[in-house]
Design a protein around this ligand. Structure first.
Ligand code: HEM
Length: 410
């Protein structure tokens, strides 16, 4: 193993004294999933092969990874031991760049900022948006339906949730490619922009928007958040920028990938697809199972003080990754967890997180997914992966299926 090169992705960090040798494994969250395995299968394999449920990897600055459901949930939610101050690895690069609001704040500081999000993303403020989601879904589907094929990722999954989101925050659709590219750098960096610059470019983009909406607020989510109050005072400029970046990043990547996993699965699971096509009332239960079966987010926490945890000594400042997939894929939580099963009795997952940072966008995500399934099955009930091409998967802070093509009879 090479000498310590702290925080550099792709380089190894030397094993510190508090890490026993049998806790070390070769795991890089930014490495593609091996060919032939899918994203969730590969996590199951990692969980199965690891000699301990808490392991340490020398990649990405060196960090722990929780590989059992109870450990992952404790790390996600016990803010007195595991702080949100840093949530991404490597700590010194991505972690430093991603000190956003409210994800990087612990309670009680976190609460007033979180209220600003809840006020804007609950069922009531989003009710008028459902029709917009429906209209856009129908127009996108009708656009490619007569052709009998589409690149599902580029022509649909990357279009619908992000266009809806741009509408909610009232930003021009033309800016989407730039914002999406920036947002992706946090979760699956491709090296095209140094991480410091990602946050800087987001700030430069948002500053004039925030200035204008402070003077003349609109009805959009950015106007409402930045003109709200935290603890009886207005937000500072930096706070306003940080909360806007966080919302853009949260809203631009996750539903896209959830759609990718859902539709690539539907295209291969003929019995499930035909059951839903024959009885669309199954969509509600299928949705619950899609969210259980396909968790995508793997964030981390920073250890607050030296402590014993699962038989090892964690040192203050250590990073512990708590992948949400570990909860759903644990046999102790779900029988045959890899199996997609309608009507499961007890579904357990943390796909939207656990504790005070549980996703505020979950209602929007569920509504979008439901509308999409309803409108898609009404128009394209039968479809499959073109030429049965093998699928490839990326790991990362948000896991994804690489772009794929669907085809159907016309
Ligand atoms: C299927 C879609 C989605 C999934 C699976 C998902 C998952 C998650 C998870 C696991 C967390 C917690 C992260 C942690 O504790 O470290 C989270 C937080 C967050 N999500 Fe989502 N999310 C989704 C959609 C959205 C959408 C559409 C938005 C925006 C409108 C959004 C905005 C946020 C924000 C702002 C946070 C930080 C909350 C806080 O710190 O209190 N998410 N999400």
């Amino acid at each position: 193993m090479e000498a310590s090169v702290k925080g550099a992705a792709g380089q190894m960090t030397e094993r510190p004294d508090n890490v026993p040798a049998d806790r070390v494994f070769d795991f890089d969250i930014y490495r593609d999933v091996p060919e032939g395995l899918d994203f969730h299968q590969s996590w199951r394999e990692i969980m199965r092969q690891a000699p301990h449920p808490l392991m340490w990897t020398p990649h990405n600055g060196g960090h722990w990874v929780a590989l059992r459901s109870d450990l992952a949930e404790t790390v996600m939610s016990d803010f007195e031991r595991f702080s949100n101050h840093t949530v991404l690895v490597p700590k010194e690069t991505a972690g430093e760049a991603y000190r956003l609001i409210p994800l990087s704040l612990d309670p009680p500081e976190h609460r007033p900022f979180r209220s600003l999000l809840n006020e804007n993303l609950g069922p009531k403020p989003l009710r008028p948006i459902e029709q917009v989601v429906t209209d856009l879904a129908v127009s996108l589907i009708e656009g490619f339906r007569p052709k009998g094929r589409c690149n599902f990722t580029h022509e649909f999954a990357e279009q619908l949730p992000v266009r809806i989101f741009m509408r909610i925050v009232d930003l021009p659709v033309e800016d989407l490619p730039k914002l999406k590219h920036l947002a992706d750098q946090y979760t699956r960096p491709d090296g095209s922009i140094p991480l410091d610059d990602v946050t800087k470019q987001f700030r430069e983009y948002l500053r004039p928007v925030i200035e204008a909406r402070r003077i003349k607020p609109g009805e959009d989510m950015i106007s409402r958040m930045i003109n709200g109050e935290v603890g009886g005072r207005p937000l500072t400029d930096i706070e306003a920028e940080n909360i806007c970046i966080q919302v853009l990043v949260g809203g631009l990547d996750t539903v896209v990938n959830m759609l990718g996993f859902t539709f690539s699965h539907l295209a291969k699971d003929h019995a499930l697809r035909r059951a839903i096509a024959a009885d669309p009332s199954l969509i509600d239960d299928a949705l619950l199972e899609f969210f259980r079966r396909f968790p995508v987010v793997s964030s981390a926490r920073e250890v607050l003080r030296d402590q014993e945890f699962e038989g090892v000594l964690l040192k203050a400042g250590d990073m512990v990754m708590a992948p949400t997939v570990v909860v759903a894929m644990d046999d102790a939580r779900n029988e045959d967890p890899l199996e997609f099963r309608l009507g499961r009795k007890a579904r357990q997952h943390s796909t939207f997180g656990k504790g005070s940072h549980t996703c505020p966008g979950a209602h929007l995500a569920r509504m979008e997914m439901k509308v999409v399934l309803r409108e898609w099955f009404a128009r394209i009930p039968e479809f499959r992966i073109e030429d049965d091409a093998p699928l490839r998967y990326s790991n990362g802070i948000v896991g994804s299926v690489k772009p794929f093509v669907l085809e159907w009879p016309v």
